[in-house]
Design a protein around this ligand. Structure first.
Ligand code: HMH
Length: 224
């Protein structure tokens, strides 16, 4: 059985919980307040910078050229496909690209990217892939879920967002991440597979916290 097939029953409820989250629902029906979307745009931009670093760590730790090529494909997709959407949206939402880039990461954002980079730096290429997997996979799942929903129509201001994450290019990147995970998990002992699973579930929980952080427009919850 493929590693991601054994994983699916353990993450399915988490992936579905995103579709019930108020922020994601607001994107789905177009009702999300502009300020909340702007918060996501800024926080997500600096999140993706660290996410791209994670892929570079994976490329460096790759056991062979094929894995290296897959990490690089994901890295290129993040910097030049996904972040291009953010740059395009920032223009429409009155945020300069410089201020996107200079955003101070919130507490949850910092915790999430630090968790991923820490595990990727300590582990091997399979661990680095476990760190990045749920991000691509869950956004693709959300995009596809929302594009089949009632609010999906030309008057939804977030239609382009949904199209990006449900679309062919992002679906291909997600498939590359899933293939890479299965390739690198193949033949690993059970103890290591459980460690990979734990990382994927934890990053899945961080994803939920990221949606919450954007819904609350939270930065650092203490101000001393
Ligand atoms: C927080 C977060 N997770 C996943 C993705 C998809 O790459 C994203 N853009 N942001």
């Amino acid at each position: 059985m493929k590693f991601t097939d054994r994983l699916w029953p353990k993450v399915e409820h988490l992936w579905d919980s995103y579709l019930d989250h108020p922020f994601v629902k607001g994107i789905g029906d177009g009702s999300l307040e502009t300020e909340k979307f702007q918060h996501w745009l800024k926080q997500d931009y600096v999140y993706l910078v660290e996410y791209a670093r994670l892929m570079a760590v994976g490329a460096e730790k790759s056991p062979d050229l094929e894995a290296m090529g897959m990490f690089t494909e994901l890295l290129h997709g993040t910097l030049f496909v996904e972040m291009e959407l953010h740059r395009k949206f920032s223009n429409a939402y009155d945020i300069s690209v410089a201020s996107l880039e200079n955003t101070e990461a919130s507490a949850v954002n910092t915790a999430y990217t630090s968790y991923m980079l820490n595990h990727a730096q300590r582990g091997d290429a399979a661990v680095a892939t476990a760190c990045l997997l749920c991000c691509a996979w869950s956004y693709n799942y959300i995009g596809k879920g929302l594009s089949g929903g009632d609010g999906y129509n030309v008057s939804n201001p977030y239609k382009e967002w949904i199209d990006m994450y449900a679309g062919e290019e992002f679906t291909d990147l997600t498939q590359t991440a899933l293939n890479l995970m299965n390739r690198l998990a193949d033949g690993k002992p059970e103890r290591e597979l459980q460690h990979l699973e734990e990382i994927i579930i934890k990053t899945g929980l961080y994803e939920y916290m990221f949606w919450d952080m954007c819904e609350q427009r939270e930065e650092w919850p203490v101000n001393i």
